[in-house]
Ligand binder design. Structure first.
Ligand code: ADP
Length: 193
């Protein structure tokens, strides 16, 4: 197993095991539903820890299409923003799920950087109640964020995995990217300090 970090241009991509609600970053991403109504999993945890201001803003926004993302306050959380991203529900993989999942990550990064966020933490969108197979979800998450974040000038994109098994799955995806020639976008692989 390799390290849980890679640096590409200005961006550190890091993997940690933990609870996204405790992350001290500019923006945390929520795995929301399109009604922005809250729910279980990471969504429930964010609303519980962040307090009612987040839901009040979600109600005013009203909803968000699958594959897109919207921003609210982070309420009582240490982060400044919550980016509510709507991933696809897994229906077997032939219903546009990969493109929609990639789009949810891209939209999250676009919304975060539009609000001047330099550090962003992601959960594994769609990989819980929405049923996306974790190995495929990890591959899309890593590839999309690696492709987008450096060009947006992000300082850190952090994946916060709830379980040790999910962390290992993401680490394997990161290792595959590291082993691949990346032309001039590739920075040297870094070990954590
Ligand atoms: P979705 O409905 O998009 O599948 P879920 O919240 O059900 O969203 O699950 C997404 C991922 O978030 C799962 O891998 C789940 O284990 C993880 N998760 C649940 N709670 C937290 C948390 N507090 N911090 C980080 N990840 C979490």
């Amino acid at each position: 197993m390799g390290t849980h970090e890679i640096t590409i241009g200005p961006t550190r991509i890091t993997l940690v095991q933990g609870d996204i609600t405790t992350q001290t970053v500019d923006a945390i991403v929520n795995a929301a539903n399109s009604a922005l109504r809250g729910g279980g999993g990471v969504d429930g945890a964010i609303h519980r820890a962040g307090g009612p201001a987040i839901m009040a803003e979600c109600r005013m926004i009203g909803g968000c299409p699958t594959g897109q993302a919207v921003r609210t306050t982070a309420g009582n959380l240490p982060a400044k923003h919550v980016i509510h991203a709507v991933g696809p529900i897994w229906q077997g993989g032939q219903r546009g799920e990969p493109a929609l999942l990639a789009s949810a990550y891209r939209s999250s990064l676009a919304v975060a950087t539009a609000h001047w966020a330099k550090t962003v933490a992601f959960p594994s969108i769609s990989a819980g109640a929405y049923g996306y197979p974790i190995d495929q979800a990890a591959e899309i998450a890593i590839q999309t964020v690696l492709a987008e974040a450096p060009g947006l000038g992000l300082a850190e994109a952090r994946f916060v995995l709830f379980s040790a098994a999910d962390l290992q799955t993401y680490a394997a995806s990161l290792e595959r990217v590291r082993g691949r020639p990346r032309g001039d976008a590739a920075g040297p692989a870094k070990t954590p300090g």
